[in-house]
Design a protein around this ligand. Structure first.
Ligand SMILES: Cc1cc2nc3c(=O)[nH]c(=O)nc-3n(C[C@H](O)[C@H](O)[C@H](O)COP(=O)(O)OP(=O)(O)OC[C@H]3O[C@@H](n4cnc5c(N)ncnc54)[C@H](O)[C@@H]3O)c2cc1C
Ligand SMILES: NC(=O)c1ccc[n+]([C@@H]2O[C@H](COP(=O)([O-])OP(=O)(O)OC[C@H]3O[C@@H](n4cnc5c(N)ncnc54)[C@H](O)[C@@H]3O)[C@@H](O)[C@H]2O)c1
Length: 459
């Protein structure tokens, strides 16, 4: 009997293995499919390569933002090769690591539970004192549409495999994946149309920043809000989409349909109902949000498989932390301990830190919002990127910084600073006691913090 069986070798499973091997050699990791992680193969890395290249094209074509006249000829014919070769560099690094592990610790194949102590892979049974379940998720899509469109319906699992940039792309969804990829494709010269079921873009929950983001992004991108395809079909090896806009029936011919409408957990592949029949509905599993324990069992579910924050660093953190709970069962520690931090790599970037506007409002927390627009922010003007704004949320009683939302260029850096401040439970006064260099984007953050402090004084 193994000390731990880890199911899934993505970000969370690999982090769990690397932590567990420091404590015990009596471990097994089972993975169905490729051992190079969703993040490196079809997620974080290829998407960021595409976005970075697209933003370079944009900056060359918009040099007039800083009064430069540039006559450039941009050849995008190697973009997909660039995405793939750089992506391969990252996946190779992961595979090199995995290949260095003891062979007898690894099994390829789909794991299914037989009971709470036993899993089966291709008719072979394996038992463990504890399990770390890190099976991740997969893109959701309409099966009927897939049947009629075949390879022309793609998800984030396929888009980075295209040999060349398409001429035209339709995207369904206006969440994180949809907007990141749609904006990048548009900037690379792909005629891109986004179908959004609601009037919302990306991850922001603040109504002010959301409104601003809709304005800014729809100035650049063709986003059809509250419009969804009604019928799709293959037409001369293209995709024909029928939809209704402003009360009129319309149609659009495009090369591919990218479906980015969320991801489904792969927990349903594990036959958890063999442990307890009540586990057959994976959306209702009794998983403790803090310890990630399934019911009272020595089974811990980590990463994207069951989370409201499907992001890489959380998956890795949960994978590592779960090992302690397995080896010290049943003395459990909370796994979910990181300050919330989410960054969306649109342009301008969106970020959320700590508690967001929506959760603070729902919990009826007594807080003030400090706001700063970046339209007139000195450094942003100098950079020719003066769009968006930031909001900081401060507790009225304790004056502590509770969270922030950002929609500005380079939000990724400010968001980290803010996450570290929120994690240290600093008050707005303590944050403002720190140096703010001139001229920097951080000065805009100071404006927002001061705005919040003025309201506290007024309360
Ligand atoms: C397009 C895209 C862009 C992204 N960009 C970012 C980003 O910029 N920043 C960020 O933080 N996050 C990003 N993410 C999210 C990030 O990739 C995920 O949060 C992270 O990869 C989750 O890791 P995981 O270990 O939970 O799952 P995965 O890495 O998906 O690993 C799960 C593994 O389990 C295996 N498995 C499934 N079922 C079984 C079974 N029954 N038996 C055995 N093995 C099984 C799977 O095959 C897979 O290998 C992005 C995701 C996508 C799709
Ligand atoms: N930068 C990053 O950190 C990053 C990048 C990409 C993905 N991710 C992670 O991956 C997760 C999944 O991303 P995602 O974009 O697939 O999910 P999402 O939840 O961000 O967006 C889903 C979108 O699909 C729409 N939608 C859902 N069902 C629909 C339906 N039936 N018809 C039409 N539209 C529908 C929603 O309205 C929304 O616009 C994200 O939550 C994020 O945590 C992170």
């Amino acid at each position: 009997m193994y000390d731990i069986i880890i199911i899934g070798a993505g970000t969370a499973g690999i982090a769990a293995y690397k932590e567990a091997i420091k404590k015990t050699q009596n471990i097994l990791i089972i993975n169905d499919g490729s051992w190079d992680t969703t993040c490196a193969r079809v997620g974080c890395m290829p998407s960021k390569i595409l976005i970075s290249t697209a933003n370079r094209v944009y900056d060359i074509q918009h040099a007039d933002e800083v009064e430069l006249t540039v006559k450039a000829q941009i050849d995008t014919s190697h973009v997909m090769q660039h995405v793939q070769s750089l992506r391969d560099r990252f996946t190779k690094a992961t595979l090199k690591d995995v290949n260095s592990w003891e062979k007898s610790h690894k099994i390829s194949g789909k794991a299914e539970f037989i009971d709470a102590q036993t899993v089966q892979v291709a008719n072979q049974k394996y038992q463990a004192k504890s399990f770390i379940v890190a099976v991740g998720s997969t893109p959701s899509f309409n099966r009927e549409w897939k049947e009629s469109l075949g390879d022309l319906l793609i998800t984030s699992d396929q888009i980075f495999e295209l040999n060349e940039l398409p001429k035209r792309l339709a995207v369904i969804g206006s969440g994180v994946i949809a907007i990141e990829i749609a904006q990048a494709m548009h900037r690379l010269g792909v005629e891109t149309t986004v179908f959004a079921r609601s009037e919302k873009v990306g991850s922001l929950t603040s109504p002010t920043l959301q409104k601003n983001a809709i304005e800014v992004l729809s100035n650049e991108l063709n986003i059809k809000f509250k419009v969804l395809p009604e019928h799709v079909q293959k037409y001369r090896n293209k995709v024909k989409i029928e939809f209704t806009e402003h009360g009129q029936s319309q149609q659009l011919i495009t090369d591919y349909l990218l479906v980015a409408t969320g991801r489904d957990s792969l927990l349903n592949t594990l036959k958890l109902q063999n442990i307890d029949t009540s586990f057959s509905d994976i959306t209702k599993l009794p998983i403790d949000p803090h310890t990630k324990q399934l019911a009272q069992l020595p089974i811990f579910v980590v990463g994207d498989a069951f989370t409201s924050t499907p992001i890489q660093h959380e998956a890795a953190h949960e994978g590592r932390q779960a090992v302690q709970n397995c080896l010290n069962f049943s003395k459990l520690k909370n796994i979910k301990t990181l300050t919330p931090l989410g960054i969306m790599f649109s342009s301008p970037e969106m970020a959320g830190v700590g508690q967001n506007f929506k959760s603070l409002t729902h919990q009826k927390t007594a807080f003030v919002t400090g706001y700063a627009s970046y339209e007139k922010q000195g450094r942003a003007i100098v950079n020719g990127k003066n769009q968006g704004g930031v909001e900081v949320y401060v507790d009225i009683k304790t004056r502590k910084l509770l969270g922030a939302e950002l929609f500005i260029q380079s939000a990724e850096h400010l968001a980290h600073l803010l996450a570290w401040m929120v994690g240290q439970k600093l008050t707005v006064d303590e944050v403002l006691d720190n140096p703010f260099y001139h001229p920097t984007l951080e000065e805009g953050l100071r404006t927002a913090l001061k705005h919040a402090r003025r309201q506290l004084k007024a309360v």
